[in-house]
Write a protein that binds this ligand. Structure first.
Ligand code: F6R
Length: 612
């Protein structure tokens, strides 16, 4: 959600910044802009819509200079428009600012600036307040940009990251982070600031993670970071091993399909690092003693969207294997409910980006009440990872498409590993069962390959069904958890109104909606619940709805009552979500493609949701 790129060096900044912005497109945005310090002072170009619009403008009115900042905006305050796009300039045109996040007290600040400093505002944004305030403080600080930024951030409330350049302070970018991601890319005679690593990966491999309430001063020759007390901090750079190709499409039409196909590899990676030579699960050096585990009277799993759906499977696995009660909650609900959390609670946060503000705030709430926080995160060094007591990385690799796919299946693997580890520690599972589930997990990548071979079949189905307007996903037990994820995938990328419900609940109301045009995707992969599910399908069929069933190979009985059946390979009931979600991801993808939608960047959505 919003992307920042800053560059200072000896080459022309324009192309480098625009290239960085393109690498951040996955975060979701509705306008883009750039400011460069030229020999005519600060010059800004910005445009509503895609980065191509900005590029067209730059072809007509290019910018020459070696220091600049750029931004992709996802509108919060003020509609998406050229004028509201970042960067924003101060009234005298001498300060340019890009900003991610929200300034909560911008109305008061705006009134004060207008009344006491005669500032006239030209945008509806909260960000313009920052530019004007820095300009006032710049004057008060005798033209010292870093002190002007320090004084300004003391007055801002909210969560934000900013990047600032000044007309009279050449070759310098000042940035500040409070609860919104920011990294520094270290180069030779050039340095970068960005909201995420892919923006700078083409140019540098050494990254510094900026911590909360730190100020960064970046020149072509050096980078200095200061903490909230104004003391300079030294920090070891991280060396990033993944290449820009890892984050690019590699021959696939969309990132979404590439990432669906990457699941076997991603799962292997997630598993490989966690099983030792004796075939035991290790939790990345996370040490929880049996005594400590037994002291927890409950586990809270908290997350948003797809990550929340992974939590639903996590609940099932942990309760079954470790016999500890688990509550799964949506982060935005948890944090405002005064939840019953104390030092006897283990709190598990799940997040791909590690920057989802609701999840982060829920984590802080739980921590403040004494819970130990374990996070399951994909983005290394992200805020959720940094604020947790323990981190269990999913190792899915960069997930660029807005719709989460490989992050979900690797989150599931992490949940199973945690459940097995806890179960063994508490002695609630036998050694045989432990080894059996581990073997089932190890067989998953190959079985997903088999499901992926069904892509042409699913594509064909999508071609016939893409113009329907109502789709239901139903299932029982673990199948119901996967139904929620299948439904979310379909609605977010194909914009078809879909709805997921536990199959047993249908007859309590929702069955009233069944009619011949309705599609019902019925997951029937749980052997233990197969007969119950079969009866539900019979009931639906009696209302003439079009049933697409997902079942394990061999369960051919279901064919009599379904219009189509997509089979997944035989596996234990416990691990079916890892396989049954794949046809649902493929279905959503092919329906969206058939409809010609913007699959990787669905409307109104952002990859990392850093606002409430
Ligand atoms: C759906 C999707 C979202 C995210 C949610 C949480 O495909 O991607 O529902 O799962 O916004 O994001 P993270 O996992 O980054 O906290």
């Amino acid at each position: 959600m919003c992307g920042i790129v800053g560059y200072t060096g000896y080459e022309n900044a324009e192309g480098i910044i625009v290239d960085g912005l393109k690498r951040l497109e996955y975060r979701g945005y509705d306008s883009a802009g750039i400011a460069v310090l030229t020999d005519k002072g600060l010059q800004v170009r910005k445009k509503k819509g895609k980065i191509e619009n900005l590029e067209k403008l730059l072809m007509e009115e290019s910018l020459t200079g070696t220091t600049g900042i750029g931004h992709t905006r996802w509108a919060t305050h003020g509609s998406p428009s050229d004028v509201n796009a970042h960067p924003h300039l101060s009234m005298d045109g001498k300060i340019a600012v890009v900003h991610n996040g929200i300034v909560e007290n911008y109305v008061e600040l705006r009134e004060d600036l207008a009344k006491n400093h005669g500032i006239k505002f030209i945008t509806e944004t909260d960000t313009e307040v920052i530019a004007q305030l820095i300009s006032v403080k710049y004057g008060e600080n005798g033209g010292n940009l870093e002190n002007a930024v320090r004084d300004t951030v003391k007055m801002l409330k909210g969560a934000y990251a900013i990047c600032v350049i000044a007309a009279d302070t050449p070759d310098k970018i000042v940035a500040y982070r409070k609860d919104a991601p920011l990294i520094v890319g270290l180069g030779k005679k050039r340095n970068f600031i960005a909201s995420d690593i892919p923006a700078v990966l083409k140019y540098v491999k050494e990254i510094l993670l900026v911590e909360n309430q730190e100020l960064v001063i970046c020149t072509p020759e050096q980078v200095k970071i200061y903490n909230s007390e104004g003391r300079e901090v030294s920090r070891e750079p991280m060396f990033i091993k993944w290449s820009i190709e890892d984050a690019e499409k590699g021959g696939y039409e969309h990132f979404t399909i590439k990432e669906i196909y990457e699941q076997p590899k991603a799962i292997k990676e997630t598993l490989m690092r966690r099983i030792d030579d004796e075939g035991h699960v290790k939790l990345d050096g996370i040490y929880i003693s049996a005594e400590e585990l037994n002291s927890y009277d409950k586990i809270y799993i908290v997350a948003c969207g797809t990550a929340y759906h992974a939590g639903l499977v996590g609940k099932y696995a942990i309760e079954k294997m470790a016999r500890i009660p688990v509550e799964v909650d949506i982060a935005s609900e948890f944090r405002y409910r005064d939840p019953l959390v104390d030092e006897h609670t283990l709190f598990i946060a799940i997040s791909q980006s590690g920057e989802t503000l609701d999840t982060l705030e829920a984590l802080r709430e739980a921590k403040s009440k004494g819970a130990r926080v374990l996070s399951v995160v994909n983005v290394v060094g992200s805020s959720v990872a940094r604020e947790s007591d323990d981190v269990f990385y999913t190792w899915a690799g960069p997930e660029i498409a807005v719709a989460s796919t490989k992050a979900y299946t690797t989150q599931l693997i992490c949940m199973y590993l945690i459940a097995l580890y806890f179960g063994r520690l508490r002695g609630t599972i036998t050694d045989e069962y432990y080894s059996f589930v581990l073997k089932e997990l190890e067989a998953i990548p190959e079985k997903i390959e088999k499901v992926l071979e069904k892509a042409p079949e699913i594509e064909n189905l999508a071609r016939h069904l893409y113009n329907r307007t109502q789709v239901f996903f139903i299932g029982r037990g673990l199948d119901s958890a996967v139904s929620y994820e299948g439904s979310l995938k379909l609605k977010e990328i194909s914009y078809i109104n879909s709805f997921a419900i536990a199959a047993g609940e249908l007859k309590h109301g929702t069955i009233a909606l069944m009619e011949p045009e309705t599609i019902v995707i019925a997951l029937a992969t749980q052997d233990a619940l197969f007969d119950k599910m079969y009866s539900n399908i019979v009931e639906i069929k009696a209302r003439f709805a079009h049933v697409v069933a997902i079942a394990k190979e061999g369960n051919t009985k279901i064919e009599a009552e379904s219009s189509e059946v997509i089979y997944i390979p035989q596996c234990a009931d416990e691990v079916t979500p890892l396989l049954s979600v794949v046809p649902l991801q493929l279905f959503a993808y092919y329906v969206a493609r058939e409809k010609g939608e913007d699959i990787d960047k669905p409307r109104n959505l952002a990859k990392s949701v850093t606002v409430e």
